[in-house]
Ligand binder design. Structure first.
Ligand code: GN1
Ligand code: MG
Length: 364
């Protein structure tokens, strides 16, 4: 069966047979494969779940279902209009399951496509302000999720100590034989290692709580409507307990970068403080009521941490021989590593200013 027929056959498990169904590639994720499905006047997103990375698909899908149902209920209670565009909706298989496993063992899921929506890789301060409010609201809505804690769909996902351990193992093993030319960057990582493990330390001392976080607050995971108002946040694979500084930091890493995550021209890469300020204001407007002083005082640190963490993750994958992230060319992970390092240096240079901005934003 050719690829397209295979995709159609998978779609039919969720929506039944449709001879005229259209399936086309969608988006730029580094992990899962996404497709847009059009069947009559209905539109869906089909995804092949990367099962190497998400080991327990049942837990993954169960988290997403609990999170989306909880948010939907809140929105309905608040009388928010157009709820179907304000939260993701999973489409079960015809048998009522939250995912489908095909004959070669791949896992698939379907969601409703959010109509008339768009995302940005580059935004302006006004949109950053709105995105900040949206992620603040997201954390707030999930604060009272009833029942058991969510599963950690990727154990130790934003745990810097664990990430460094994996990095050091990769350096030791030097599987792809790439270490010689990158020794300078290994030193840059080690020089900052202690500072960057501060959050785990604070948590162990009981000074930094975990809350339900999105854990992939990339700028393009916020959907806007045609009038540039936020519809909802998407990509809920990694929603799990974590430090709020992580979610704050990952948005700054992606949304407040004047260049691209993998920019080949490092001159393009630096922090845009106007976007930083706008996001901080929007986020804190909705989140200041439930955050502790320690959490607020560490938001700017979160921007450095998540950039450093992403540098470590891309670098680890490069040293390992590119087994985790999709790459578009052989040195892609190395380019990503260097671009994240450039952003980290810019964040370090501007750190005092960022601290000041957060302080002022918290005062309202
Ligand atoms: C991955 O697939 P995507 O682009 O949503 C990754 C994030 C990284 C991001 C870097 C499960 O997200 O943690 O920050 O790439 N997701 C996973 O761009 O590892
Ligand atoms: Mg993601």
């Amino acid at each position: 069966m050719d690829e397209m027929n295979k995709l159609k056959e998978i779609v039919s498990q969720f929506i039944g047979d449709d001879m005229n169904v259209e399936v086309n590639p969608l988006g730029k994720g580094h992990i899962n494969d996404s497709y847009k499905v059009v069947s009559g006047d209905k539109e869906y997103v089909l995804q092949r779940i990367n099962h190497n990375i998400f080991k327990n698909v049942h837990q993954l899908q169960s988290n997403i279902q609990r999170v989306t149902e909880h948010i939907r209920k809140k929105l309905e209670e608040q009388g928010v209009p157009d709820v179907d565009r304000r939260v993701l909706t999973l489409v079960p298989t015809l048998d009522g399951a939250l995912y489908y496993q095909d004959t070669i063992g791949d896992y698939w899921r379907v969601m409703d496509f959010i109509k008339e929506s768009k995302s940005y890789d580059e935004i302006n301060p006004e949109l950053a302000y709105r995105a900040g409010m949206a992620f603040g609201d997201f954390q707030k809505m999930l604060a009272d999720l009833p029942g058991e804690p969510l599963f950690e769909t990727i154990p130790n996902f934003h745990n810097m100590e664990a990430r460094l351990e994996t990095f050091r193992e990769a350096v030791k093993a030097n599987k792809a034989g790439r270490l010689d030319k990158v020794a300078g960057l290994v030193k840059e990582i080690e020089d900052r290692a202690e500072e960057m493990c501060k959050a785990e330390k604070l948590h162990r001392e009981g000074k930094l709580p975990k809350r339900i976080n999105h854990c992939d607050t990339k700028v393009n995971n916020v959907l806007f409507d045609n009038g540039d108002q936020v519809l909802c946040v998407v990509d809920l694979d990694t929603v799990m307990p974590g430090y709020v500084l992580s979610d704050f930091g990952d948005f700054i890493r992606t949304g407040a970068n004047t260049g691209a995550e993998d920019d080949k021209n490092l001159e393009n890469v630096s922090v845009d403080l106007d976007i930083f300020e706008a996001y901080a204001k929007g986020y804190l407007k909705n989140a200041v009521s439930f955050l502790t002083d320690v959490e607020i005082n560490n938001l700017a640190f979160g921007a450095k941490l998540l950039t450093y963490m992403q540098m470590v993750r891309f670098f680890t994958d490069y040293i390992d021989g590119d087994t985790y992230y999709k790459i578009a060319y052989p040195e892609h992970n190395f380019m990503r590593t260097k671009a994240q390092f450039k952003l980290l240096q810019s964040l370090e240079e501007n750190f005092e200013k960022m601290q000041q901005i957060v302080k002022e934003a918290a005062r309202g």
